[in-house]
Design a protein around this ligand. Structure first.
Ligand code: TYM
Length: 320
């Protein structure tokens, strides 16, 4: 079977964008491929953070991933498998600094800060290591990770060419709809964990009343026609995409006479999609020891299953 890997940063509360863009596709891939998933806690160290907060978020993200249905594959914490950081160094020694500086996410995130952690620059090397460590064929991610995936492919190809066939060259898989869910209040910006305003971001644990309020107040566009046209009608198009992805109906099949009716149906579809996740989250949260056991077992399995690849990578590059 094909191998799948993806990871989710522990830097904030998971959003509807994470859910539709990556979590749901990752859940579905479990039916047809050998999947492994991780909480990328190391990636959360690339910007200013609070240790206690990070630890709590890490648990929350892990529990939410399980509650969303990523419960049929090993799920572990990136920091518990030291091979990630080791392989990341080999990737840093394969990549060039210009490649890292060209990353859109680095440019955006570094521009907003006075002090930029070095790990923010080298982040894509760690992400490449995550993926290559698992010899993943497929990586379900949202559109915003496209550039990082392309760099991962470049690094794998370069390493293989220089040192001999070692890594599988992975492919990104983006969902047909909802590869880029936009902010409800600012529909020209991506819905994001680090959103400046919370009004435009639906979090997976939002109670139904909050979801309804945020969607009913979503910024729509001037004029009244409901049609999918992201350039001219970003707000309406975003709602159509969200509704389609939550209800499993194609965007083209959705037809509405008013913005109000579209918002109402979208709100109900999102609530219907997220209610079981919120309920399972509550159940799973009641047993933190079980979460610890599950994460530890998955990490042990990953350490064992990746030791061969790590040995091959060390040997190829001339270590030992
Ligand atoms: P992160 O944690 O920011 O986001 C997790 C996943 O959610 C997707 N996503 C979205 N999809 C659609 N619309 C949105 N508005 C939206 N916002 C986020 C992201 O594309 C991602 O798939 N670097 C990664 C985490 C990571 C990773 C990996 C992913 C670390 N190592 C290895 C894949 C493979 C990140 O920051 O995603």
């Amino acid at each position: 079977p094909r191998r799948v890997f993806s990871a989710f940063q522990a830097s904030g509360r998971l959003t509807l964008g994470n859910y539709l863009g990556a979590i749901l596709p990752a859940v579905r891939l479990q039916d047809e491929a050998a999947c492994v998933y991780a909480v990328a806690d190391l990636h959360a160290l690339t910007v200013r953070h609070d240790p206690a907060h990070l630890r709590a978020r890490t648990r929350e993200v892990a529990t939410l991933l399980l509650a969303s249905g990523l419960d049929r594959s090993p799920l572990y914490l990136q920091s518990r498998v030291p091979a990630h950081t080791e392989l990341s160094y080999l990737m840093e020694s394969t990549a060039h600094d210009g490649e890292m500086r060209r990353m859109i996410q680095f440019k955006e995130k570094s521009a907003a800060q006075e002090e930029v952690r070095l790990s923010l620059l080298t982040y894509p090397a760690l992400m490449a290591a995550d993926i290559l460590l698992h010899r993943a064929d497929l990586v379900p991610v949202g559109e915003d990770q496209r550039q990082h995936l392309e760099l991962t492919r470049d690094l794998a190809l370069r390493f293989n060419r220089r040192y001999g066939e070692t890594f599988v060259v992975p492919e990104a898989v983006h969902p047909e709809t909802a590869a880029r869910v936009m902010d409800l209040a600012v529909p020209t910006a991506k819905m994001s964990k680090s959103a400046v305003s919370e009004a435009g971001t639906v979090y997976l644990l939002d109670p139904p009343a909050d979801i309804r309020r945020k969607i009913m107040r979503a910024v729509t566009d001037s004029g009244s026609g409901v049609r999918h046209d992201p350039a001219a009608k970003p707000g309406v198009s975003n709602l159509l995409v969200i509704l389609a992805a939550c209800s499993g109906r194609p965007v083209a099949s959705l037809s509405y006479g008013s913005y109000g009716a579209l918002k109402k149906d979208t709100a109900e579809a999102v609530i219907e999609a997220l209610t079981p996740v919120r309920e399972r989250f509550a159940v799973l949260s009641a047993d933190p020891a079980e979460l610890d056991r599950l994460l530890a077992a998955a990490a042990a399995r990953v350490i064992e299953e990746t030791s061969g690849l790590m040995a091959a990578a060390r040997r190829a590059i001339g270590l030992g």
